[in-house]
Design a protein around this ligand. Structure first.
Ligand code: EPU
Length: 431
């Protein structure tokens, strides 16, 4: 599918922010921990949900969509193997804990997701092994077994991996005994998963300095939980507002999940107004270049750098985006360069900001000179967040751009074209 976009207009109005992809998919997996019904409200209608639904259906879940709610009940695990799935994301490996707790065995295909670096799963595997799982990496699948159930353990994550933290949580809540995770990721979506698990009957305590303590329980029960709004969507709309010199109210945006983004946004010349129901974003003055380094939460998130770089093409002077979470997340810069942006991708960290990629030759630093008048071109979406860059750039550029492969954008942004039209964008979806 394609988007035909006529850019160069200031976007104004209200955008409803959907439930977060990176919370909703994990909550679906958490529902496997109980044989009772789980109801997830504010549920996003995105491609990644369909992929996760397919996985759950293989395991035996009954799933019903009701308005913006999802009802899931997995009374019985009917199948512990999901050997092939029609599409892939990062979620299947998170099913280890629930399936091992309920039937002692699980086999899932290798993970998919965006090609933004090697994305190994060593931390997931090591954590599960410490909790007592026997794991085999087969030809195209991971197989895990714990016929006697899992037991508590001390787990240190050498990097605060979002997925490995979630995996350990989902496995430890029904394991016998106590688990301590040190070096845990503490993203707001993980806090929401913890809140949901607590409501289901889990005992989870937050310590200082990235420590999480879990006391295993015998059984978890059903729950009704609301999916937190998507802060990645908020950032995309905020960047669009400033880049097009418009004014967008992101309904459902939550300041507490965006603290470090809001500072960067203000430094570059954007401004915002926090209201009860969301946050209004606009441009306060001429946009000026800035330097940003991505980091695990509470830092500036890696999923925000792409729309922000699109915005930085409109800022005066030199900007630097130092990506420290993924080693290969700047392919999209080629699309911006084709539209006239001045971007150089470097391997050396900025002075005084050495990161774990320092000296390894990874192209992980973008230097942007602006402002540039972007020109409309034809592009093909490379992955979810780069797709948003293609879209923002097309909305900035005068003239007609064509973006192919927009199914990738649909994986994470629900009905994005419709929501952009509400803001005055000229965008048409074509087969
Ligand atoms: N890592 C390892 N070993 C592991 C796990 C991770 O080396 O076992 C490395 C990764 O290779 C990466 C870094 O640690 O370089 C961070 O990975 P993390 O595990 O934190 O990420 P994830 O769980 O795979 C989630 C989101 C990503 C988001 C990251 C970071 C989901 C489904 N995905 O990925 O979202 O960028 O956390 O916040 O929750 C997106 O939505 O576009 C997206 C890529």
């Amino acid at each position: 599918m394609k988007f035909r976009v006529r850019g160069g207009k200031a976007l104004r109005g209200e955008a409803n922010i959907s439930g977060a992809k990176n919370a909703a998919t994990k909550m679906m997996i958490a529902s496997l921990l109980t044989d009772e019904e789980c109801v997830l409200n504010n549920f996003p209608k995105i491609g990644d949900i369909e992929i996760t639904e397919e996985l759950l259906s293989v395991f035996g879940s009954d799933i019903i969509h009701e308005g913006d709610s999802l009802r899931i009940r997995t009374e019985k695990i009917e199948n512990f193997q999901a050997l092939t799935l029609s599409r892939r994301n990062r979620i299947p490996i998170l099913a280890f804990g629930p399936l091992l707790a309920r039937v002692g065995r699980v086999e899932v295909p290798f993970l998919g997701g965006d090609k933004i670096g090697a994305r190994p799963v060593n931390l997931h595997i090591e954590a599960l092994q410490k909790l007592g799982a026997r794991i085999e990496v087969r030809d195209h699948t991971y197989y895990a077994e714990a016929l006697e159930g899992l037991h508590g353990a001390e787990i240190h994550l050498s990097f605060p991996s979002v997925g490995a933290t979630e995996n350990t949580l989902l496995a430890a809540v029904l394991a016998s005994g106590k688990t301590i995770i040190t070096g845990a990721a503490v993203e707001p979506e993980i806090m929401e998963l913890i809140k949901m698990l607590q409501k289901m009957g889990a005992i989870i305590e937050m310590g200082v300095d990235r420590k999480i303590f879990i006391e295993g329980v015998k059984k978890l029960h059903g729950v009704t939980h609301e999916v937190i709004t998507d802060r990645n969507e908020v950032v995309s709309f905020a960047c669009l507002a400033a880049a097009t010199n418009g004014d967008i109210f992101a309904k459902g945006a939550r300041q507490d999940t965006l603290i470090n983004f809001l500072n960067a946004f203000r430094r570059v010349g954007g401004e915002y107004e926090v209201k009860e129901e969301g946050i209004r974003f606009f441009r306060a003055k001429e946009l000026i270049g800035t330097e940003i380094m991505t980091a695990p939460h509470p830092g500036f998130m890696t999923d925000w750098q792409q729309p922000f770089v699109a915005l930085l093409t409109q800022a005066k002077g030199r900007s630097v985006m130092h990506e420290t979470i993924y080693e290969d997340r700047f392919h999209y810069a080629d699309d911006l360069i084709a539209m006239g942006a001045k971007i150089e991708i470097k391997t050396e960290c900025p002075k005084g900001e050495e990161c774990h990629y320092s000296g390894k030759g990874f192209r992980h630093v973008a230097v942007i000179e602006g402002p540039t008048n972007l020109i409309a071109v034809e592009t093909t979406v490379r992955d979810l967040r780069s797709g948003m860059v293609n879209l923002i750039a097309a909305l900035i550029a005068e003239g007609e751009s064509v973006i192919s492969g927009v199914e990738e954008i649909d994986r994470g942004y629900a009905e994005i074209d419709g929501r952009l039209r509400v803001l005055g964008a000229e965008i048409v979806r074509e087969k």
